[in-house]
Design a protein around this ligand. Structure first.
Ligand SMILES: Cc1cc2nc3c(=O)[nH]c(=O)nc-3n(C[C@H](O)[C@H](O)[C@H](O)COP(=O)(O)OP(=O)(O)OC[C@H]3O[C@@H](n4cnc5c(N)ncnc54)[C@H](O)[C@@H]3O)c2cc1C
Length: 306
């Protein structure tokens, strides 16, 4: 039996593995795709403290190498069922059944996609799902942002500080964001709002060159030349595996506070998958550390803090 079973080999899961092993526990990481998580496909990371600039792939590779060098075992299998109520926790994959004394769920989220032509092909080539992460690359350029909630509007404000022009594209005739943010957006000279509009396609040979919109009321089509398209139409929690077992909120995120405890003893949630306000690498890594230390306490080991 393994001390800690970790589901997901992204930043949170691999950070948990590092802290778990350094606490003297055995660790098995179960990853359904490849290690690294969301960040692995991002060209540049420039906001992780202590690392001025690094590619997402190298960032992921570094955490993975560190965890494996310490002794973490990583298997690539798809969990199909979990049994998390008893003292012995089980994760049943398409190939094996793993038993552990506790479980850390670190399965992340997915960015909701628009599903339009060009989006996938130009992802990482001008199409981004994170203005905080990638906005700095568009200084002095024209960009589009798609969405109408708080995130999209905050992103529009953030981008308008550096970009020449920000086109905010929203499918309704009013925003679903707090008034103070809406007022700020409306007061910015370099933000142009396209209400009632949906993105038909994103165009560009190798990188984004323009976005084609259509107005839902008039049917009019408009092509906006731009270098970046930021999509902020929400995140999707992927917690079907835990439905009815671990408590989730209305958005599907696992209910867990800063201590990463879920409603079940010995089951912890770390990283983007849990209820939290900031979903970034630094908070995912922090959660991984906290969850592993809490897991160490749970299994009765003395955590190593150095
Ligand atoms: C395009 C993009 C750019 C970004 N840029 C930055 C940036 O510059 N700076 C920054 O701080 N943050 C950035 N972020 C956010 C950051 O990537 C996330 O906050 C961070 O990756 C969260 O880590 P995580 O470990 O919680 O989840 P993830 O990175 O999503 O990792 C979860 C892992 O679990 C696996 N998994 C999922 N379900 C299962 C399952 N059922 N069984 C087994 N494995 C499973 C996944 O395959 C994945 O490997 C960016 C995000 C995106 C999408």
């Amino acid at each position: 039996m393994t001390d800690i079973l970790i589901i997901g080999a992204g930043t949170a899961g691999l950070s948990a593995a590092i802290y778990g092993i350094r606490s003297g526990l055995s660790v098995l990481v179960i990853e359904q795709m490849i290690y690294g998580g969301q960040i692995a496909n991002t060209p540049d990371v420039e906001n992780y403290p202590g690392i001025a600039s690094i590619s997402g792939f190298e960032f992921a590779q570094n955490i993975y190498n560190q965890a494996v060098a310490l002794g973490a075992e990583v298997v690539y299998e798809t969990p199909v069922q979990v049994e998390l109520n008893g003292d012995i926790k089980r994760v049943i994959t398409d190939q094996n059944t793993y038993e552990g004394r506790c479980v850390i769920i670190a399965n992340g989220v997915e960015r909701r996609k628009l599903g339009c032509e060009g989006e996938e092909r130009l992802s990482g080539r001008g199409v981004s799902y994170c203005a905080t992460c990638d906005g700095a690359f568009y200084k002095g350029k024209d960009v589009c942002i798609v969405g109408g909630g708080n995130t999209a509007l905050e992103d529009a404000l953030y981008l308008s500080n550096n970009c020449k022009k920000v086109h905010l594209i929203h499918r309704r005739d009013a925003f679903r964001a707090s008034k103070i943010i809406v007022d700020s957006v409306l007061s910015r000279d370099n933000i142009e709002i396209h209400y009632d509009s949906v993105v038909d396609k994103i165009e560009g040979k190798d990188v984004v060159e323009s976005v084609v919109l259509s107005n839902k009321k008039t049917g009019e089509r408009t092509e906006i030349p731009c270098q970046g398209v930021f999509i902020a139409v929400g995140l999707v929690a992927k917690n079907h595996l835990f439905a009815g077992v671990v408590e989730t909120d209305e958005g599907g995120y696992i209910k867990a506070g800063e201590d990463c405890h879920t409603n079940l003893p010995g089951v912890f949630a770390a990283g983007d998958t849990r209820t939290k306000s900031v979903r970034q690498l630094v908070t995912a890594a922090a959660d991984g550390a906290v969850a592993a230390m809490e897991a160490a306490n749970y299994v009765g080991e003395v955590p190593a803090l150095h």
